[in-house]
Design a protein around this ligand. Structure first.
Ligand SMILES: O=C(O)CCC(=O)C(=O)O
Ligand SMILES: [Fe+2]
Length: 371
């Protein structure tokens, strides 16, 4: 429903943010002021309060070094199969260190099989860095991707149809399910004014804080460390970038600047209520924004109606259906487009994917950026 998107997505200029490398984001930190030209049409441009109350990145970094390290494994009660996904119970992890912070419950994106309780291992980067791609599969998968159809939506914006193989989609669901119920997992975020987003979110690599519209190493909502981006996903982003770039025969207007992603925002939209207002992605570093580095977005599960355009106006926006396995890339001259999700189309996820993963009704979206 077009009407369901208010024209009110508040973006505020940032004064500080963090930038890093894939392997160790903490090694490379920059501090800067945003370029007003990069996201010139933020709604808060004339909002005198936009910078007031902003806590800078260094406040987060000045937490004690042990902060966020002491965690207990989470025990997650899963709903029985057939039970509404909205009743799914979350992980109740806590640490003495976090008693003064709000407790954030994980969210299970999958319906359980038989076990009532599942132990979630504490965060072990090596475990999640293991790639599920064997060389043979990689070769086959890459051929599949090269041959899949590519739709150029506008200069700098391409939709790679059915780019992710079934196996990759299954692994993406499983990875997001495991990470999503653990420390740093899914939660329902809110903006500075308290308004909740209509989705569940978790971040990998760096955390995006919707209250301050910046990236941070430690999730300020609960003090959790941010899980790393699994290597297999980073390979998939690279493959998608290669396929996206060959879609534009001539360089220039259509060029998609390459990224080495250090941020992945994972959103889960429930089929019933999930949506995301029109907005620009502009919390990234000045370099990333000025160089118009690409945004790479994976869709898994139910289809979504995706809106995009040059203005924050749903009536002027173009729309496209994003299906399970699709990859959308926008960069270069399209890097600063307004975009959002107006609705999720129920019962559109591939049956085979649901059978193998028991993904709840809804859509998983992974958006990769170089912050
Ligand atoms: O779900 C989508 O396709 C868009 C997500 C998005 O725009 C974002 O996370 O910034
Ligand atoms: Fe976005």
């Amino acid at each position: 429903m077009v009407d369901s998107i208010p024209i009110s997505y508040k973006k505020q200029p940032l004064t500080h943010t963090a930038m890093g490398t894939v392997d160790n984001p903490k090694r490379c930190i920059s501090k800067f002021t945003s370029d007003p030209n990069s996201c010139s049409s933020w709604s808060s441009k004339n909002d005198s309060s936009s910078l007031s109350g902003f806590t800078n990145q260094w406040d987060v970094l000045s937490f004690p070094t042990h902060y966020g390290k002491k965690r207990k494994p989470a025990y997650v009660k899963k709903p029985n199969f057939g039970q509404s996904y909205s009743t799914s119970a979350g992980a109740n992890y806590s640490s003495d260190l976090f008693d003064n912070l709000s407790k954030v419950k994980g969210f299970d994106i999958c319906l359980s099989k038989r076990k009532k309780f599942v132990a979630v291992p504490s965060l072990d980067p090596d475990l999640y860095q293991k790639t599920f791609l064997d060389p043979e599969l990689t070769h086959k998968a890459f051929l599949h991707k090269l041959n899949a159809s590519k739709i150029v939506l506008r200069p700098g914006m391409v939709l790679l149809k059915n780019h992710l193989t079934h196996k990759e989609q299954v692994e993406i669901v499983r990875t997001c399910q495991t990470l999503g119920v653990g420390p740093g997992g899914f939660y329902q975020p809110a903006y500075k004014d308290g308004a909740k987003l209509d989705l569940q979110m978790m971040c990998l690599g760096l955390n995006w804080d919707p209250k301050r519209l910046t990236y941070e190493f430690i999730r300020s909502v609960d003090g959790c460390e941010v899980p790393t981006i699994p290597r297999a996903l980073r390979f998939q982003v690279r493959d998608a970038m290669i396929c996206g770039r060959i879609s534009f025969e001539k360089e220039g207007e259509g060029i998609l600047p390459f990224i080495i992603p250090n941020v992945c925002v994972v959103n889960f939209y429930s089929a019933a209520t999930g949506r995301l207002d029109l907005h620009q992605d502009c919390s990234e570093s000045r370099t990333s924004l000025n160089e118009r580095l690409s945004v790479v977005s994976f869709s898994v599960g139910d289809s979504a109606e995706f809106l995009y355009g040059d203005e924050r106006d749903v009536y002027k926006a173009d729309r496209v259906i994003l299906e399970s396995g699709d990859v959308l890339i926008f960069g270069g001259v399209s890097r600063h487009i307004y975009h959002g999700v107006s609705s999720i189309i129920p019962n559109t996820a591939p049956k085979k994917l649901l059978e193998e993963t028991r993904l709840c009704p809804g859509r998983l979206n992974l958006t990769f950026r170089e912050a």
